[in-house]
Design a binder for this molecule. Structure first.
Ligand SMILES: [Zn+2]
Length: 321
């Protein structure tokens, strides 16, 4: 196993090293690509998993302090890749001997079935994973502001008087999930403009670089799903609702009511707003961990979040074809 949940603090360096190791180990179906640089000069990584002609996009780590999802997404990549290789081997065995090895029990049967589903999805899709869109924010949330190399950016962040473990923004103090050009976008401060940030641009370029079928953005607040888009048609929202119900069905996450799409006094400009409006394909925000979870997030959330997200991604893939 490359991605180890027992690792205490999962550093940015370890995350990139693991991503490279995964791409080496599963080179037949996994590619490591850099899609941009953060303002404090860290790579923004894309991992392309699968051999399918269709594409779907999964993003994590937009908000700095929500730092459980990046490692979980990497572990899911490893899990899917492992199962893909295993299933492929089993298929070849089957062809050679003209029978599967004897299935011992129900659990084993379910494992084989799950493996077959993963194999199918990675034959159909190439899943584009951006496990950590905001690496600068991530290191602030783990190690504080001294983790920022650029002295000007470091001082700018410190001046906001927000504790490092509560930090949501990037190294320029901008909330990336309020920086996407969409109908609900409003500048927060004079001088603000949409898509001003490197991280925003990297994801926008990725969105436009592939004809993808759908997009999931993983955040961490209360096991909830945002699906409703005020700026979109009823037809679009009905489809979104249908998919959201299926994802809730495999996880027991709850759907956020339409009127709560944006918090009172807040603005849009979310990743999913941009994706919905430009491509008119399904795009949902998935909020992991309990509502009352305090920051820094307890690493015990890694295991349960892994169990939930591996099903969500699989189910989403089957719904957007
Ligand atoms: Zn968030």
């Amino acid at each position: 196993m490359i991605v180890d949940f027992k690792e205490g603090s999962y550093s940015y360096e370890k995350l990139t090293a693991d991503a490279k190791s995964l791409a080496n180990q599963y080179s037949e179906i996994l590619k490591y690509v850099t899609i941009g640089k953060s303002h404090d000069n860290r790579d923004i990584i894309l991992l392309k998993l699968g051999v399918g002609k269709q594409h779907m996009i999964c993003c994590g780590g937009v908000h700095a302090r929500e730092n459980i999802n990046p490692i979980v997404l990497l572990r899911i990549i490893e899990n899917y890749a492992e199962l893909y290789y295993k299933h492929k081997e089993q298929k070849q065995e089957f062809k050679k001997q003209n029978n599967f090895q004897k299935v011992q029990d129900k659990d084993e049967y379910e494992d084989i079935l799950y493996g077959a589903c993963i194999y199918e999805i990675l034959q159909t899709f190439t899943i584009l994973f951006v496990p950590l869109l905001n690496p600068d924010g991530y290191v602030i949330s783990l190690y504080g502001f001294d983790a920022i190399e650029d002295p000007q950016l470091r001082e700018l962040c410190k001046a906001k008087n927000i504790p490092g473990e509560e930090w949501k923004c990037n190294a320029r103090g901008v909330d990336i999930n309020r920086n996407f050009p969409s109908r609900l976008y409003r500048p927060k401060d004079p001088g603000d403009y949409a898509a001003s940030e490197n991280e925003t641009k990297a994801l926008i370029f990725l969105f436009h670089g592939y004809r993808s079928k759908g997009f999931l953005d993983f955040h961490s607040r209360g096991k909830q799903i945002y699906y409703y888009r005020k700026a979109m048609s009823d037809t679009y929202n009905n489809k979104q609702h249908e998919i959201a119900l299926r994802l809730a069905g495999v996880t027991n996450y709850v759907l956020i009511p339409p009127e709560e799409e944006v918090d009172p006094g807040d603005t849009g400009g979310n990743t999913v707003h941009y994706y919905s409006e430009h491509f008119r394909k399904p795009a949902l925000t998935i909020e992991t961990v309990d509502e009352e979870a305090a920051f820094p997030l307890n690493i015990r959330y890694r295991d349960s979040t892994f169990d939930e997200l591996k099903l969500i991604i699989l189910e989403f893939g089957s719904r957007i074809l």
